[in-house]
Ligand binder design. Structure first.
Ligand code: TZP
Ligand code: MG
Length: 211
């Protein structure tokens, strides 16, 4: 039996800037109440100090609700707050290096897949889940390489048993087909962070996933 090291279904990727001027901690908590079961803090334009402060506040909320907090890219922040894990892409610190760090070796390591060739490398092997990045073109992140589409998910699904986290322009209207194509978990930014009611948005997405 393969133990699933990433059994989560609805993944909120959040930054303060994505929350339309609202308090990102409140948005995160509402999202958890709606059904988000894992959160990644992704602060692209913050200093490490500011990223750390935000992570320290957010982990109080994720701990209160017993859900994992994953840190995007920043090893120092992930280690300092004792986050549940770290998510990296092709140009960040590689998963095999992270896996060897004493403070991270038992943590969740997520790795974004932008090329099929990444599936064969050591980085994929040591990761707990793969981010399919992006599934669809999105204004939230424009420096992307591939748009995998539903066919891309199906192809990756046939090549690996790793948990697959789909990200990129996922919303209520396409969530079900992304799951049907083979994703295990959906990750969203704007579908929740830009929603008028983040709790309701999370609840509706979770319902689509569990349908
Ligand atoms: N990685 C690939 S696409 C993306 C990230 C962080 C942004 C997804 O944002 P949205 O608003 O859910 O399309
Ligand atoms: Mg990155």
């Amino acid at each position: 039996m393969i133990l699933n090291s990433f059994p989560y279904k609805l993944y909120l990727v959040i930054s303060e800037a994505d929350c339309m001027g609202r308090n990102f901690l409140q948005v995160a908590e509402q999202a958890i109440l709606g059904g988000v079961d894992v959160i990644q803090l992704r602060e692209k334009n913050s200093s490490t100090e500011s990223f750390l402060q935000k992570a320290q506040k957010l982990i109080e909320i994720t701990d209160k609700h017993s859900i994992p907090l994953i840190i995007n890219d920043n090893v120092e922040v992930a280690e300092h707050v004792n986050a549940a894990g770290i998510h990296v892409g092709n140009t960040d610190a590689p998963p095999d290096f992270l896996r060897q760090r004493p403070l991270l070796h038992q943590k969740i390591i997520g790795y974004s897949i932008e090329y099929l060739s990444q599936l064969d490398n050591e980085q994929t092997l040591v990761s707990d889940y793969l981010g399919i990045s992006p599934v669809f073109r999105t204004d939230t992140k424009t420096d992307t390489i591939t748009e995998w589409g539903l066919e891309g998910i199906k192809t990756i699904r046939q090549l690996t048993e790793k948990p697959l986290v789909a990200i990129g322009h996922i919303h209520n209207g396409n969530a079900r087909e992304v799951i049907d194509a083979g994703a295990d978990c959906l990750a969203v930014v704007s579908a929740i962070c830009s929603a008028q009611d983040p709790q309701k948005a999370a609840y509706q997405l979770k319902n689509e996933i569990l349908k």
